[in-house]
Ligand binder design. Structure first.
Ligand code: C5P
Length: 274
């Protein structure tokens, strides 16, 4: 069941009323559809905001602030473990698309079941770790074969927080770029055409996977913003120029003093290159 949208202090409607100045409550989608240039509309559809927050009310507050600026939200482990499937259904109930980023990594049989369960929630993108290997990836892809209107299955190549020293610590002889290339080739061979990679590997994955592949890219940092734990990063404009379809942005928006303004600035930067 989706979380109740009206009449509780955790609803999206309440969050919107509490957080947004009155003159902005009515406006965002109206001005969005009538006067927005096509490049800005396209940019808005390619920005995915990562809702890495600890509970549903916090997520709903952000959705209320941002839904006039972007159409995608990412639900990851922190929020999903705290709030469960209801939070996915509620965000979708607002007309937004959900990227359910649970980065599955397990034996093939378990993965097949998890992928089917995720597909039932209606999320439009889901993730598995490419390092789970060809059998696991094939099981994930096969699990979606009979699903009507399936989500895009994305193989996570290597976390954007992993640099050369982290990858050698886990015993990888290859550096991140070579490892990403190996994993992308492997995923392509199992029939997966969607990838999560860092900005630094976008060009190589695009060249390998071709124009029809879906490249979803975290590790985005507008110039002058804090990298935090991310290592392999680039700006929104540079990442799009290198061939990304979607940009995943979390803290530069969600921890900004004015998240809507931060998102709008990123959309503006993206619109200049789409
Ligand atoms: O806050 P920040 O912009 O760094 O958030 C990036 C988001 O992208 C996080 O939710 C993280 O889980 C996710 N992600 C990532 N690297 C990957 C895959 C997903 O940072 N390879």
């Amino acid at each position: 069941m989706p979380v109740e949208l009206q009449g509780t202090s955790t609803s999206l409607e309440d969050a919107r009323l509490v957080e947004m100045p009155y003159d902005r409550i009515m406006c965002p989608s109206v001005s969005f559809s009538q006067a927005t240039p096509p490049a800005v509309q396209s940019a808005r559809q390619r920005l995915i905001v990562a809702l890495d927050v600890q509970d549903a009310p916090s997520a709903f507050r952000l959705v209320s602030l941002l839904e006039g600026t972007c159409t995608w939200f990412k639900v990851g482990l922190e929020l999903f473990v705290a709030a469960g499937p209801a939070v996915v259904e509620s965000i979708q109930g607002r007309g937004c698309s959900v990227f359910l980023d649970l980065k599955f990594h397990d034996i093939p049989n378990t993965i097949a079941g998890a992928v089917r369960s995720a597909a039932r929630l209606g999320a439009r993108m889901i993730t598995v770790h490419a390092s789970g290997g060809p059998a696991m990836l094939a099981a994930a892809r096969k699990a979606l074969e009979d699903v009507e209107n399936p989500p895009e299955l994305l193989a996570v190549t290597m976390l954007t927080s992993i640099d050369a020293s982290q990858s050698s610590a886990i015993g990888l002889a290859r550096g991140p770029a070579e490892q990403v290339e190996l994993l992308a080739r492997m995923a392509l061979e199992t029939g997966i055409h969607g990838f999560v990679c860092s900005p630094q590997e976008v060009s190589v994955v695009r060249a390998l996977a071709g124009p029809g592949a879906t490249l979803v890219v975290p590790g985005i940092r507008p110039a002058g913003t804090d990298a935090g734990d991310q290592k392999r990063i680039a700006t929104p404009a540079d990442t799009l120029r290198m061939g990304a379809n979607y940009l995943v942005v979390g803290r530069p928006i969600t921890r900004a003093q004015d998240p809507a303004a931060a998102a709008a600035a990123i959309v503006h930067e993206m619109a200049a290159v789409v």
